[in-house]
Write a protein that binds this ligand. Structure first.
Ligand SMILES: Nc1ncnc2c1ncn2[C@@H]1O[C@H](COP(=O)(O)OP(=O)(O)OP(=O)(O)O)[C@@H](O)[C@H]1O
Ligand SMILES: [Mg+2]
Length: 278
């Protein structure tokens, strides 16, 4: 059983805002089997001397669906804050798609580079329909909103229909988002992120407050998205993490405590002591 992550090859240290990632003419094609899409190394974040992250390293493969668990205050949300540019670490490195230095980019630039994030509380537009919410999500520039309806081209309509089917809300497309269940709002918000076609999706406690059935449906949804997208999901719901059945990383006091399949980490004495045994 392996609890320490494999230390992958260092990425090329190169900042190229024009090409974000693979496939530029000046760069050789990546070897997807050996290059993680997210490469975080030795990240430390201090708040008034308290280390929320303490030398955290994390490597996530392209197309992977990774679950992150750990007790309250372990640093899970702070880790997402670092990846999305909301919080700047005191030290460490963070690369995305091999060549994108996340620590040198602003929050909008990181979103533009293909990283989408969902916070715990759904932030859908309650008075707009499900369809309109997805339509609005096409536009990151809010200045175009007043004139955007009826301007959709065929490809955009197709994409909205495709996302409606993915999130299971095709039949609710004309419903006001405000009347959806909590779970449906969460799926709609995931759909809104998908409209931007992110390569990496970060989800912080997506099933909190969901019914058992909604939780199961969310696990199926994320499994269906893996491969096409890389997904990092933070959750306390162990049933959900178990039903996902992919690699799990356990954080504790700002560091990685264990990593492996759920069956493995749940038997790790330290994990039982600080988290699962409680
Ligand atoms: N802006 C901040 N200022 C001061 N302390 C902070 C700040 N953000 C987070 N912390 C502290 O850093 C630690 C890690 O917090 P974080 O929110 O990352 O934990 P978490 O693993 O997401 O926990 P939870 O499971 O409760 O969501 C906590 O002790 C928290 O109080
Ligand atoms: Mg948190």
């Amino acid at each position: 059983m392996q609890f320490e992550p494999q230390r992958p090859r260092k990425p090329v240290r190169r900042i190229d805002l024009m090409t974000y990632g693979f496939g530029s003419a000046s760069e050789p094609a990546p070897d997807a089997s050996s290059a993680p899409i997210l490469y975080i190394e030795d990240i430390t974040v201090s708040f008034d001397g308290f280390k929320a992250l303490d030398g955290l390293s994390l490597y996530v493969d392209d197309g992977e669906l990774r679950c992150i668990i750990g007790p309250n205050g372990a640093g899970k949300t702070t880790m997402m804050d670092v990846i999305t540019g909301k919080t700047r670490p005191d030290q460490g490195t963070a690369f995305f798609a091999r060549s994108v230095d996340l620590l040198s980019l602003s929050e909008p630039e990181i979103a533009q580079a293909g990283i989408g994030r969902k916070f715990q509380v759904p932030t859908v537009f309650e008075h707009q329909s499900v369809f309109e919410n997805l339509e609005l999500a096409l536009y990151t520039n809010k200045a175009v909103w007043p004139s955007l309806f009826a301007r959709l081209n065929g490809a955009e309509r197709d994409r909205i229909e495709e996302v409606l089917a993915i999130i299971g809300l095709t039949e609710s497309r004309y419903s006001r988002a405000g009347v959806l269940s909590h779970g449906q709002k969460q799926w709609l918000e995931i759909g809104m992120l998908l409209m931007q076609s992110p390569r990496l999706l970060l989800l912080d406690e997506p099933v909190a407050g969901m019914t058992h059935e909604e939780t199961e449906h969310t696990a199926e949804l994320l499994l269906s998205l893996a491969g096409r997208h890389t997904i990092i999901v933070v959750e306390h719901d162990m049933e959900f993490v178990r039903s996902i059945g992919r690699r799990v990383t356990v954080l504790h006091e700002g560091r990685m405590l264990a990593e492996g399949r759920m069956q493995e980490v749940q038997n790790h004495p330290k994990v039982i002591e600080v988290y699962l045994g409680a």
